[in-house]
Design a protein around this ligand. Sequence first.
Ligand code: SF4
Ligand SMILES: [Zn+2]
Length: 329
Amino acid sequence: MISELMEKPLASWRGQERNGNELLECLTVIFKSGGCTWSKCRMCSYRHERYSGYQSPETIAGHLRAQLSWITNQYKSDEYRMVKIFTSGSFFDPKEVPTEFLSDIAARFRGKLIIAETRPEFVDLETLLPFIDILDDGSYKKPLYCAIGLETSSDSIRNKSINKGFSFQDFKKASATAHSAGAGVKAYLLFKPLFLTEEEAVYDMKKSIRDSTVHADMISMNPCTVQRNTEMEYYWKRGAYRPPYLWSILSILLDAPLHITCDPLGGGQNRGPHNCGKCDYEIVNGIRDYSLNADRDLISALLETRCDCKQEWEYILESEKPYCMPLTT
Ligand code: SF4
Ligand SMILES: [Zn+2]
């Protein structure tokens, strides 16, 4: 449900999420906030979702509290155990989400497992320890997971293709800090950002998954979707970008040394990860099922699906040539 009124979050919905061997009822909330202070990633339109003009921290906190009240009224607390929190940027960025509001969230969701998205530079002990102190009632070994959009373990791809503005080293440091605070780490990886061939993108994901397992407790792969008003959309409209094939997603999931989740947003559509249109529906549903049931045989079976576009995908992997980008300015 997408909201129009300022007092509601941008979106919220109920669903299920896998946590270890358990399936948990989950509430996902996207709060409208002061907006991402980085705001430069080439594929991101979320950063446009913010309160416009100057807003004092008190005003932003007021808006956020109103949104939290709306959530409290809308969803019964005993119907979910996990809460996934997104903003238009970073939940732990004090300029975007005033620190005073963090205590409100921790108190409101005390006893739940919270997964909150943030850039790595905002993961610090001064923020996490008091938050966990209020949140933790002993229900979970790690009541908080910091979800960080690492995107790839390659600094050059993160820099050139995404413009993310932090390094793998920054992620590793944030991960160590989160762990020392008693929190877990969830890494979001971005499959097929700009300027990569399909084969380069698949290779990058397979490597990134292996590199991240050392530092992250959970990994989620987001295949690129072309969002509006982004640089990615500019290239896509000119035929210079194609979202990834669903076949590629299956091959990555099968190759991964551990279960990783994947929600192919916009799957089967031109702007989202897609194959030929005929085989997409079944494969997208299968990928979603796999995220919940971790049944690797399902992925193997889907990879054996017969469709003419599989040959096309194999040809693309073999034949697509990269455009060169200068290494220096
Ligand atoms: S991807 Fe995240 S860090 Fe990058 S601009 Fe969007 S909200 Fe900001
Ligand atoms: Zn097909």
